[in-house]
Design a binder for this molecule. Structure first.
Ligand code: F0G
Length: 459
């Protein structure tokens, strides 16, 4: 099977200049703003919405390489390489949409779902974008790909580079990313540099590097990444039988994902795949709230950078590259932008864990943010809400262990507030290896925790 013919071009989000090629820094030659990919064929009448929906569904029973990928299955709305042989894929996408009954009870929102992007091959949503960007890096003949990262991008890039026969250079802030993510990059064979700076410092350096050395930039400034990440929204809508939810809530860091999902929603509306837009809301950590402040204090007209600090290290970003794209899609869909505290994040993460689903701290800002949006009346209890869970629970075991042992906030200004989370903690218990000890522990747990969310009478 050959993919449809490539007919895309790059469009500057500032001055709208169209170009057939992009410079290595993916910035507009005229005004230096970010680029996005556009393809007039996406709007042609030949793209009949009903035919597309049934073709995409049919591909789920096909064993062809492109059809097995939950990204390339939607290739009619993606830039496609010259030949299928160029495609670098790990069968990304096809992620589950879970009902979240406990979170539903907590928030009062009756139809609440989690779209779990942490179930991707490297454990985060990055894979959906990486398959497309790595494919175009390979087609362009690059030997080296590179990124700055808070961890997940580097893990994903390293994996796709390895699959595509390319070498990868990772720039991460020293001591500020989880071991789990760092170890992935090492195992996939990346040249990994821990720089004595923060994520924003790493990204600045990378952008200088790509102007000087023949390396291909795989940060979300790269618009091919965002094209792949669009498929999250396509797949979600397919899972909901093309009935748009009222709200999609997702975490905001460098703001590539918000931009990608927003772009997908607007394109879907344009083509007639959906009849109206869900509201897209972005949640940040209070300590990395650049977009919140940009919207509140500057009406989204200029970026307000912040020194970023949060234990949700994936979104520890103070100078988000795609802020302008994100502002546009929040405003176009009528969404909101909120911030949540460190304690609220930890609580929401434990609550998503108690669903038997689990996620990494950055993903949990969605549930914490939803609680606020419900309190504000922005989200109504009878509306349908989808939380985008961006990363797998296993991505940050240190956070999880420290939380359950009661160490996460020890010696921090949040220590007192975190006392309220005691009931959610389940620390491991060291016992003598005797039956009595285990039975006593079991009985104590039953007595002390009769209202445990999963407590059911024994059969
Ligand atoms: N959630 C997780 C788990 C992430 O890893 C990231 C970003 C985000 C949310 C925010 O997404 O940047 O598109 O707004 N991680 C990047 C990285 C920055 O390097 O792994 P965004």
């Amino acid at each position: 099977m050959s993919p449809p013919k490539a007919g895309f071009s790059f469009r500057c989000i500032g001055c709208c200049l169209l170009s057939a090629t992009a410079a290595r820094d993916f910035r507009c030659a005229q005004c230096n703003n970010l680029l996005e990919i556009t393809d007039p064929s996406w709007k042609l009448s030949s793209l009949n919405a009903t035919a597309l929906k049934s073709m995409w569904r049919e591909r789920r029973s096909s064993n062809a390489t492109l059809d097995l990928s939950g990204v390339w299955r939607f290739r009619e709305l993606l830039p496609v390489p010259d030949s299928v042989q160029q495609v670098v894929t790990l069968r990304e996408g096809n992620t589950p949409l879970y009902e979240l009954p406990l979170s539903s009870r907590i928030t009062g929102v009756s139809r609440l779902y989690g779209k779990h992007q942490g179930m991707n091959p490297t454990g985060s949503f990055k894979d959906a974008g990486m398959t497309v960007a790595a494919t175009f890096a390979r087609q362009a003949g690059y030997r080296w790909v590179a990124c700055a990262s808070t961890g997940n991008t580097s893990a994903s890039m390293a994996a796709y580079a390895a699959r595509g026969g390319m070498r990868s250079l990772v720039l991460v802030p020293e001591g500020k990313i989880s071991w789990s993510k760092l170890s992935q990059a090492l195992d996939y064979g990346a040249l990994t540099c821990q720089l004595r700076t923060d994520f924003d410092g790493c990204l600045r350096l990378l952008q200088e590097l790509v102007r000087r050395a023949p390396v291909y930039q795989l940060n979300s400034i790269n618009p091919f990444r965002l094209e792949g990440q669009k498929t999250l929204a396509l797949e979600l809508l397919e899972q909901l039988d093309w009935q748009p939810p009222d709200h999609i809530v997702l975490p905001g860091g460098n703001l590539g994902n918000s931009s990608a999902i927003g772009k997908a929603l607007l394109e879907m509306l344009d083509i007639g795949l959906i009849s109206h837009l869900p509201k897209l809301s972005v949640i940040q950590a209070e300590g990395a709230n650049s977009l919140v402040r940009t919207l509140r204090e500057a009406e989204g007209k200029r970026l307000i950078s912040v020194p970023a600090e949060t234990r949700a290290t994936a979104i520890r970003i103070g100078n988000p590259a795609s802020w302008e794209k994100a502002v546009k899609v929040i405003q176009a869909t009528g969404g909101a932008c909120e911030q949540v505290s460190e304690v609220e994040i930890a609580q929401a993460k434990a609550e998503i864990g108690a669903e038997g689903v689990g996620c990494e701290p950055a993903s949990a800002v969605t549930l914490a943010g939803l609680k606020k949006l419900v309190r504000q009346g922005f989200v109504k209890p009878d509306e349908t809400v989808v939380l985008v869970l961006t990363g797998n629970l296993l991505k940050d075991p240190d956070f999880t262990m420290e939380f359950h042992r009661g160490d996460l906030f020890r010696g921090t200004p949040h220590e007192r507030a975190a006392d309220s989370l005691k009931a959610l903690r389940h620390p491991p218990i060291v016992l003598d290896a005797t039956l009595d000890a285990v039975i006593q522990t079991l009985e104590r747990a039953e007595k002390s925790d009769p209202a445990h969310p999963n407590a059911k009478p024994n059969a």
